[in-house]
Every structure is written in C-alpha cells, then in structure tokens.
Design a protein. Structure first.
Length: 329
C-alpha cells in the first residue's frame, strides 16, 4: 500500500464515527454507567469527530464533576442533532448553519453558549490538477458538500459564489459525509469539495489545493453549544450543563496556553499528522462567549442568506432559540 493510501486509511479509521450513538464514560465518573446510584445525574455531551472530547480530556477540565459524563460522538452535525431530538444527547456542538438547520427542522434545542474562530477551518478545496483556479471557475461544476444539507461548508460555498457574482444554481451540489467524501477526493473521484476541520486539512495534504476559505467574513465564524429543552427543564441536568460550560471555557483557555500539548492530543485521538494537528490548533475556537445580540444578528444573516437560496426553509428566528442564563458576560 502506498503512503498516501495508508495515511488515508489510518485517518479514515480514526475519524469514522458512526451515526449510531456511541457513549463512553469520561473523567472517572462512571457510577451511573456502571449501575451505581441512580440519583447521580448523567450528562450526555454531543460531539463531532471527538473535537470536544479531545480538548476536555487533554485539559483535564472534566475531572471531579459531581455528575457522570457520557459522550455522543458523531461524524457530522446532522446525526448529532438527530440524537438530541431523540433524547440520546443532552447537548449539541455545531456551527451556525447546522444549528439553524436543526432549528428549522424542529429540534428542541437552545443555544446556550457561543464559540468563535477566524473561519479558516472551512474551505473549498479542488484537486491540484483541476482546471478550477477561482470560485468563478466552479460554474457548471459538481461540488461536493460535507456533511449534509445545511452544513457550514454549504454556507461558505453559497456566500463565495454570491461574492463571485454566481448563483447557487450555477453549480451542481452533492452531499456526502466527510469520510466518504475524503475517500472519494483522495482517489480523484471528486474535483471540488466544500468541507471543514480535519477533513479540509487532510484534503490539502493529500493532493488538494485550497480555492478559498471562510476567512474575511465568508463565514460568520460562530458556532454554538446547545442544550436540549428537555435537559434545561430538568434542574439537575441544567446545573450540570452550566458546570460543563464553565469547564469548557477553562479547557479553551488551557488550549491557548498549551498549544503543543493540545496538538499532541489531537494526533493521538484522530491519527492526524503533526502538521495537521498544529493547523487545527491554530484554527480552533478561542473562548466560550455569551449568545449576545451581536452573535444573534450575525447568525441570523447566515439564516437569511440560506433561506434566500432555498436551502433553509422555514428560516428560524435565532433570538427565539437562545437561553442566555448559563453563560454571562
């Protein structure tokens, strides 16, 4: 097996997280998971590609919780929100558009904390030998979007096309889960791919060329930690969610102060190369913020844009799906 295929297979094995709920006890608090006292609260934290679990475990931020933690790990936002809707996850973790898509579909979740980054973790990549040299060259081309309709990658594509004077109908969109798209891109079956996170970094490392990323306002840069309405209605779980948010903020602070340790943790947990791990650290969320009016306004603009091209229907009013009581200025 050549080195590229071996790397791709290793990364795919590390990153393939099935759409079935997979939970594992964390932080040494396994009482509820092992049949101990039923009075102890168990908080099931929704995650994507082990992003939060890697950060929180590496920082040690979940040590000593008064509640048990389980992880609901998924490859993308769509199955994560399905788990929230089914009551199989108490919290969510997703960028702005996937959260809007979930709200549009009636998922009973509230945005309780905001995360922000510079947008460079999203990107449209093309094969290095592609004739596509600019966004305008995508006209008439098939563009694969990960992971499902309404992903942050799709907003980048829509906004970039708009900035280039093209309409969304000028490209042929196909939706693929990231690991499937990664395999197809590496093998040369995909020419243009709108993606995010580790998948974007791997694509660039394995024969990809970045066409455009989400910097300079092409994406809002905002994401949300959400909590299910059911969890928020339960006082014990609401208290656990509030504590989890405080610990997450501390973990983010740790990641800023210990970038090398964080990069090593990403390598261990995802199989990423040292270069990719360092890139992911540089593109990571900076801190946990309140869901302020400024955040709401920025994300509503995303919703309005996607509603205008027929991707988001109905268009939710972001302010109606926010709980500002857990994260304060």
């Amino acid at each position: 097996m050549n080195p590229v295929n071996r790397t791709s297979r290793a990364l795919s094995s590390a990153l393939v997280l099935t759409a079935l709920l997979a939970t594992a006890a964390c932080g040494g608090n396994t009482e509820a998971a092992s049949g101990g006292s039923s009075s102890r609260v168990t908080l099931t934290i929704g995650d994507q590609a082990k992003n939060l679990q890697t950060l929180l475990n590496a920082s040690g931020a979940l040590k000593g919780t008064s509640y048990d933690v389980k992880w609901a790990e998924f490859e993308g936002a769509a199955p994560l929100f399905q788990a929230v809707q089914a009551g199989a996850a108490d919290t969510s973790y997703a960028a702005d558009l996937p959260t809007l898509q979930a709200l549009s579909g009636g998922v009973p979740v509230k945005a309780v904390g905001a995360l922000h980054n510079d947008g460079t973790h999203t990107g449209i990549v093309v094969r290095d030998d592609s004739s596509v040299k600019s966004v305008k060259d995508l006209k008439g081309k098939k563009v694969v979007v990960s992971s499902a309709k309404g992903s942050i990658a799709e907003y980048l594509l829509a906004h970039a096309l708009q900035q280039a004077g093209l309409s969304y109908g000028d490209v042929k969109v196909q939706y693929l889960l990231p690991t499937d798209a990664q395999a197809a891109f590496t093998s040369g079956k995909i020419e243009a791919w709108a993606t995010f996170g580790v998948y974007k970094s791997v694509a660039e490392q394995q024969g990809g060329r970045l066409l455009v990323n989400g910097a300079d306002g092409r994406v809002s840069g905002y994401g949300f930690i959400g909590a299910s309405e059911k969890a928020l209605a339960d006082q014990g779980k609401k208290a656990a969610v509030s504590d989890y948010l405080r610990r997450l903020d501390k973990a983010l602070a740790w990641s800023r102060e210990h970038p090398d340790d964080y990069a090593k943790a990403i390598q261990r947990n995802t199989g990423a190369s040292p270069e990719i791990a360092k890139t992911l650290v540089s593109q990571a969320n900076s801190e946990l913020e309140p869901v302020s009016p400024q955040v709401v306004q920025a994300v509503q603009k995303v919703g309005d844009t996607m509603h205008g091209i027929g991707v988001l229907t109905p268009n939710p009013t972001v302010a109606d799906h926010v709980d500002t009581s857990l994260v304060k200025e």
